[in-house]
Design a protein around this ligand. Structure first.
Ligand SMILES: Cc1cc2nc3c(=O)[nH]c(=O)nc-3n(C[C@H](O)[C@H](O)[C@H](O)COP(=O)(O)OP(=O)(O)OC[C@H]3O[C@@H](n4cnc5c(N)ncnc54)[C@H](O)[C@@H]3O)c2cc1C
Length: 399
């Protein structure tokens, strides 16, 4: 059977995971990344069991164990007195229940771990995609240096401002009205936050703050949202003003103000998402990760869903060959759309729930939190096996 050739735009978490999964499936895959050097922003990412199990299967278990932290619990607290609203046990309980751990990891460490498993000759840097074209025989990536790459399938893993996505939808990124300050702090400055590792969140009117240890416990990553109605679309991130951040959290619990005060530098990001395009492929073009369904980070699932997409697409393509491409992409879309649509909606809904002003709505939220089933509440999310879902879809008839 002739071998399938796949060309991927973007070497972020989605693109690298796809390259690795396809490489392991024996499918030819090349990555085209606009950056001259691969560097990741200094911030943390929570890798939940639904993605951790897939990354383990791809050979990253030891690497992740070495660099990640396994938090014992997620704690949600009130903004002013720090009162506990909800505690979800993680640690060994989570690992046993879902067969994979919950990790907190520095983004650069996850990125490096993926990159180290992809053959370097398949990663092309300084290769900016300007357009994708296709006909019945092939897809073509047009790069800014004038060269063209021909493949059986073009995959857009080119993030929220995807060029590839233009084949699927004519929409634009949607500003959420929220910005987020992010930073990394040496753990020695905040020993009480690393000795008993937890994901800690504080909810308050119009904003929330989250932190967790990363880098094998050497650093604490934090994110603190601040609403802003006037963020222009031309710049997505900027150096943050520590004084402005401190002012935005004045009057919050000392654990929060001390955390913010311990950061030497912060960066500030505008938070955007996009509507789900309703499809994930068009002819010989497919999208994964943020190119497909960028979501607000209020459920910590963007990178996890990127990993799920990549592994599911690779499973659908495995054994397909060029002749089976259409059916394989159809399966990918049928498996991934319902799940990512649900998670994207939930992430938007959390933007409201997390930021309720003190009052009746907030009291209802907090009362509901007290009766939460804890870890079981996340069974649909953490217990899902994207590879198995994609593989079993092969034997299922779609109407
Ligand atoms: C504050 C914040 C916190 C978050 N926390 C979490 C979390 O805890 N857990 C979680 O799962 N997710 C989290 N996310 C979401 C997560 O970061 C993203 O969903 C994830 O990084 C998406 O990966 P991606 O590879 O699809 O896109 P990206 O990471 O955006 O990568 C896209 C790549 O494509 C390249 N590219 C772009 N355009 C072109 C082009 N034209 N030609 C060639 N290359 C191109 C880019 O340079 C980049 O390397 C968070 C996001 C934010 C903003």
């Amino acid at each position: 059977m002739p071998q399938l050739r796949v060309a991927v735009a973007g070497a972020g978490i989605a693109g690298l995971t796809l390259a690795l999964a396809l490489h392991r499936a024996g499918i030819d895959c090349h990555l085209y990344e606009q950056a001259e050097h691969l560097t990741e922003v200094g911030a943390g990412v929570q890798v939940t069991p639904n993605a951790a199990r897939l990354l383990h299967r791809l050979g990253l278990r030891e690497r992740l164990r070495a660099v990640a932290v396994t938090p014992r619990a997620i704690e949600m607290r009130r903004w002013d007195d720090g009162g506990l609203l909800k505690r979800t046990e993680l640690g060994d309980l989570c690992h046993r229940r879902f067969g994979a751990p919950y990790y907190a990891v520095h983004r650069a460490h996850l990125h490096d771990a993926l990159l180290s498993h992809v053959p370097p000759e398949h990663v092309h840097l300084g290769a900016r995609l300007t357009a994708v074209t296709q006909n019945t025989d092939a897809a073509r990536l047009h790069l800014s240096d004038g060269t063209t790459v021909t493949a059986d399938l073009a995959v857009g893993a080119d993030g929220i401002r995807s060029v590839t996505r233009q084949h699927l939808a004519a929409d634009r990124p949607r500003y959420s009205g929220q910005t987020i300050y992010r930073g990394l702090i040496p753990a020695a400055r905040l020993p009480h936050l690393t000795a008993d590792p937890r994901v800690r969140l504080w909810f308050g009117p119009g904003r929330h703050c989250v932190c967790y240890p990363v880098s094998a416990g050497r650093q604490v990553s934090f994110g603190a949202t601040v609403p802003a109605s006037d963020w222009g679309e031309e710049s997505w991130s900027a150096p943050g003003d520590r004084a402005a951040l401190a002012a935005a959290y004045q009057g919050w619990h000392p654990d929060v103000t001390r955390l913010i005060g311990a950061a030497d530098t912060v960066s500030r990001w505008a938070l955007y998402d996009r509507d789900n395009p309703g499809r994930l492929s068009a002819g010989r073009v497919a999208v994964i990760g943020d190119a497909a369904h960028p979501m607000l980070p209020f459920q910590a699932q963007g990178a996890n869903q990127a990993v799920e997409d990549a592994v599911a697409l690779a499973a659908c393509l495995a054994g397909a060959g060029p002749g089976g491409l259409g059916a394989a992409l159809h399966r990918y879309e049928r498996v991934r759309l319902p799940r990512t649509t649900r998670i994207q909606r939930q992430s938007r809904a959390n933007a409201t729930t997390f930021h309720l002003a003190d009052g009746a709505g907030q009291r209802r939220r907090d009362a509901a939190a007290q009766t939460s089933p804890g870890l079981e509440e996340h069974a649909w999310l953490f217990g899902y096996d994207a590879e198995r879902a994609a593989t079993s879809s092969r034997s299922r008839r779609w109407n």
